[in-house]
Write a protein that binds this ligand. Structure first.
Ligand code: HEM
Length: 498
């Protein structure tokens, strides 16, 4: 690089490998936060020759990933993943025509208006969830995961609630997600670093045969899930869901055939569910942090329950009709996402042309990652109590949700990412979190079990691309004797099994 093309500052690396040896620490977001304090809000890393920048404050991340989204919305190339998915999982697609088509259609199927179509699925799932939490409190993590996976299957394909987390469909998609995330993880396949290997003949590339074979098999599976929707639409038994909305889209020629639409649904399943045993579901991961917060902040729990009792009463479980009035619960949703984002460094973006920012040169092809975790804990934005779980930071003096101001996004946090790549499912995810949180707190007092050690909220278990709290046990104690009868009645109404 010429002397007038000054790169942003960053920790000094070694010849050839650059900073790669400094990135083996699992909690990268903590390392990135320390480096941001040391080197500033935009820091440069050389990852074995790959220029990489870490964006360490709201302004820098918004200036580049939001305001210059036109050139910062590409993704890096994952060679094996591309073959494994036929390049059709748009969350990981380059900024190409497939991504553009799918991104547009995902908006048609997941925008705030359409997201209302899924309220019934979400209320039904929250009902089953509270029933299972009471029956098997020790398995609460498994129940949260099941609820997330089942919800994904119903919103995407309109399927009935899946009550068993070992259901063949969940297991099948889990296995796919595991293969997928393994391929997305740095270091799994050498060809990602030594790209010349992609030109080796097929017999010398076992990874290629593996990925091609699975793409064929998975295509058959995802297409069958999708064509079943077509059959049910013909029979008149299909409730509105993402797949049925896409079929209307297909009439408008937004897709090139069933395969593309089927993989678009698969993308949304991966985006929302990620139920694989070792990785788990994003919404349920976020719910785990909520459960932990409730055990650590009983006064927040009490305030939330007061609001629920005032708005909903004790004769029925909460529904989306209560959404507007349950402001404190909506603030809890925001605070949960701010306090502990399940995806602390999100998914990397890639810059498509040379750029300049604040006097620094950013070469074409630079990988850009926002330190989501660090940004959500920025005390210059959120005040000195950033480490506390305090939903009130999102409320004004009259208890209304504050409008965002200055550098903070409308959401109040950056957990859903940036610009044209921001999470396509965020409205649906927010609604799921809202109804699950309101329903759990309507039914139960959530407490740490006597025989559980108190978890440290600063400690995270790293699950592939997502993070969760360290394991702990908790009790879900019914808030009144009638609760159990009302759960039984509500289950009946949603035609859930006894
Ligand atoms: C609490 C739950 C969730 C969180 C925290 C979350 C977070 C994220 C993040 C950080 C990104 C990357 C943003 C970026 O690159 O800047 C993302 C992308 C994405 N998410 Fe989510 N997500 C959640 C739930 C969902 C759900 C329920 C769906 C589907 C219904 C979904 C579908 C997607 C898709 C398709 C993308 C890729 C967008 C693109 O590359 O254009 N997510 N999500």
């Amino acid at each position: 690089t010429s002397p007038n093309k000054k790169l942003p500052p960053g920790p000094p690396g070694l010849p050839l490998i650059g900073n790669i040896h400094q990135l083996d620490n699992k909690s990268l977001w903590v390392t990135f936060r320390q480096w941001t304090h040391q080197y500033g809000p935009i820091l440069y890393l050389n990852v074995a020759g790959q220029p990489t920048v870490i964006l360490g404050n709201h302004k820098t991340a918004a200036d580049l990933l939001d305001r210059r989204a036109a050139i910062y919305s590409d993704r890096p190339r994952w060679i094996v993943l591309e073959i494994l998915t036929g390049g059709l999982v748009f969350a990981f697609c380059r900024q190409n025509d497939i991504w553009k088509r799918m991104r547009r259609s995902s908006h048609e199927a997941l925008n705030p208006q359409i997201a209302r179509q899924y309220f019934m699925f979400q209320e039904r799932e929250a009902t089953l969830l509270i029933d299972q939490l009471r029956k098997q409190p020790a398995l609460y993590e498994e129940h949260l995961d099941r609820a997330g996976a089942s919800l994904a299957l119903s919103t995407i394909y309109g399927l009935p609630t899946v009550t068993d987390s070992h259901d063949a469909r969940i297991v099948r998609v889990d296995e796919f997600t595991q293969r997928f995330l393994k391929a997305a993880m740095p270091g799994t396949y050498l060809v990602e670093y030594f790209t010349w290997m992609s030109h080796l003949p097929r017999w010398m590339s076992p990874w290629r045969k593996y990925a091609e074979d699975w793409f064929k098999r998975d295509s058959v599976w995802f297409e069958s899930l999708f064509t079943d929707v077509i059959k049910r639409l013909e029979d008149g038994t299909q409730p509105p869901c993402v797949a049925s909305t896409l079929l209307e889209e297909q009439d408008k020629k937004s897709f090139s055939g069933v395969r593309e639409a089927a993989w678009m649904c698969a993308t949304l399943y991966i985006g929302s569910a990620e139920t694989a045993r070792d990785i788990r579901n994003k919404t349920s991961g976020q719910m785990m942090w909520f459960v932990l917060a409730m055990t650590l902040y009983p006064e927040v729990q009490r305030k939330a329950q007061e609001e629920i009792d005032r708005v909903v009463g004790r004769d029925r479980t909460p529904t989306f009709k209560d959404f507007d009035a349950l402001t404190y619960i909506r603030a809890i949703v925001k605070e949960t996402l701010r306090w502990r984002p399940v995806g602390p460094i999100g998914i990397p973006h890639r810059l498509v042309q040379d750029d300049w920012y604040e006097g620094y040169f950013l070469p074409k092809g630079t990988i850009c990652m926002a330190n989501i975790w660090g940004l959500n804990l920025d005390s210059t934005i959120y005040g000195p109590d950033v480490e506390s779980f305090n939903p009130e930071r999102f409320l004004d003096a009259d208890g209304n949700l504050k409008h965002s101001s200055g550098e903070i996004k409308e959401e109040g946090h950056v957990t859903y990412g940036f610009g044209q790549r921001a999470c396509a499912g965020r409205y649906v995810a927010n609604n799921s979190l809202f109804i699950q949180i309101a329903t759990i707190l309507w039914a139960y007092n959530v407490r740490l079990s006597k025989d559980s050690k108190t978890p440290d909220p600063a400690v995270v278990t790293d699950r592939g691309l997502g993070v969760r709290p360290e394991p702990f046990l908790c009790d879900f104690e019914p808030r009144a004797p009638e609760v159990l009868d009302i759960i039984a009645e509500t289950k009946d109404r949603y035609e859930l099994p006894v």
